[in-house]
Design a protein around this ligand. Structure first.
Ligand SMILES: Cc1cc2nc3c(=O)[nH]c(=O)nc-3n(C[C@H](O)[C@H](O)[C@H](O)COP(=O)(O)OP(=O)(O)OC[C@H]3O[C@@H](n4cnc5c(N)ncnc54)[C@H](O)[C@@H]3O)c2cc1C
Length: 398
């Protein structure tokens, strides 16, 4: 058993640190209003849309990330990617989360960037969608959740009906990350079968200016970069047959094949965030004195840090084991869900402990802890809620 990090991960982490120092940090200094205490007011306009100055920064970092080879790092070489495996991607993701909030989150493009779901593209779609996406020229979004169905997304109300050689999509999606800015959406709609069938759902590539497709309300989300998520409407939205991604009726199953990697990335990101908060807290506990003694020498404080350090190590080993299994072609449903479940809890616990150790200073916006406290909460909800992870684990057991 080898617990050392793959040498590729070590190299990428080093290269990313240099990239952030050279390309991202100067932008963070120049546009510090987007990271300060009022970031939520500065980033968006009155309609909660991100302002052009902020969008330009995101796009500039994306372009530089493409040139440096980070952007499509996890995609296969045949489509211009770096062919980095799941374990390496996750270790790099942990490293990237182990720093204060900043513009570095744009380096990998998040939910709007390259995704393996698009490996199902045919030759024409590769040229029109995947290649410009890999080059950072356009972005996408993953439109599955609806107001009526999230955890049970395969009960969706959105339909697509065949009319000659066109499909007519009708329905509504919500909470869609990068929805307001995506050049095209990957939209899931029922094309046959009954409510709840996993089959009978098709994925369509819908351009932002396709008649019948409209961005709806931009959501106001807790602790996240504002202006990122929105509703999407499809009112008799007609697309040609050539806009079907992969096979008709098989879109849901193929998308689900890629979900596991996302869960591992969330667990890895949680470990990075928790490590960042632990390190801050240890440093503070070494310095802060009350009753003529460092608070770090009180068990009330040091035991909280000991528990957190133990939980971090547990989740780190768990996500790495899950990633290793996936990279070796083994079934890892249970381990992916376990890592996501415990990772989400870890991120929340870490923010809570860091705030407690810092007392009033942790509660104020001068330190990044309160932002982490708010942004951690979503980890228990998206990419499958806690309860859905437990459901998956239980199903694998029983
Ligand atoms: C910030 C953010 C970004 C998102 N980005 C995207 C995106 O880009 N694309 C996209 O398609 N979706 C996105 N989502 C949607 C997300 O995937 C869903 O919110 C999530 O799957 C939960 O669905 P829901 O909100 O409808 O909750 P529901 O499914 O209605 O669940 C409500 C509660 O019931 C529980 N529950 C549900 N079923 C069961 C069960 N069988 N047993 C026990 N408990 C159960 C849930 O765990 C939860 O606690 C995003 C959400 C957020 C918050």
């Amino acid at each position: 058993m080898d617990f050392s990090e793959p040498s590729e991960a070590v190299q990428i982490k080093k290269a990313l640190d240099e990239f952030i120092d050279q390309e991202v940090a100067p932008l963070e200094n120049e546009y510090d209003e987007f990271l300060g205490a009022d970031y939520e007011k500065e980033i968006v306009d009155d309609e909660h849309r991100q302002v052009p100055e902020y969008r330009n920064i995101v796009e500039e970092i994306r372009q530089k990330s493409v040139e440096a080879g980070f952007y499509g790092m996890t995609m296969p070489e045949e489509v211009g990617g770096g062919d980095v495996d799941i374990l390496t991607r996750a270790i790099v993701g942990e490293h990237m989360s182990n720093r204060p909030p900043g513009f570095h989150s744009s380096i990998f493009g998040g939910a709007g960037g390259p995704t393996p779901i698009l490996l199902a593209c045919d030759d024409r779609q590769r040229e029109e969608y995947l290649e410009p996406l890999m080059d950072g020229e356009i972005t996408t979004c993953f439109a599955l959740t609806e107001p009526g169905h999230g955890s049970d997304a395969h009960y969706m109300d959105t339909t697509a009906e065949k009319d000659g050689d066109e499909w007519v999509i009708s329905g509504q999606k919500c909470y869609i990350t990068n929805g307001p800015y995506a050049d095209f959406a990957m939209v899931f709609a029922r094309t046959s079968g009954e409510d709840g069938d996993l089959g009978g759902i098709t994925c369509f590539l819908v351009d932002k200016d396709n008649p019948g497709f409209e961005v709806g309300k931009i959501h106001r989300a807790m602790g996240m970069t504002p202006g990122t998520h929105s509703e999407l409407y499809f009112n008799d939205c007609r697309v040609g047959e050539e806009q079907v991604l992969g096979e008709v009726d098989k879109g849901f199953q193929s998308a689900m094949d890629w979900i596991g990697g996302g869960r591992i990335n969330i667990a890895a990101g949680s470990v990075g965030t928790a490590q960042f908060l632990l390190d801050m807290s240890v440093e503070y506990a070494r310095e802060r004195e009350t009753f003529e003694k460092k608070i770090g020498h009180r068990q009330g404080i040091s035991f909280q840090l000991a528990e957190l350090a133990t939980d971090i190590e547990q989740v780190r080993q768990l996500y790495r084991y899950a990633a290793w299994k996936m990279d070796n072609g083994e079934r890892a449903r249970k381990e992916e869900s376990m890592a996501k479940l415990r990772g989400a809890k870890l991120a929340n616990d870490a923010a809570d402990i860091a705030m407690q150790v810092h007392g009033g200073a942790g509660f104020m916006k001068d330190l990044p802890i309160e932002r982490n406290y708010r942004s951690a909460r979503v980890f228990r909800i998206f990419e499958g809620t806690d309860e859905i992870q437990k459901r998956t684990i239980a199903r694998e057991l029983i």
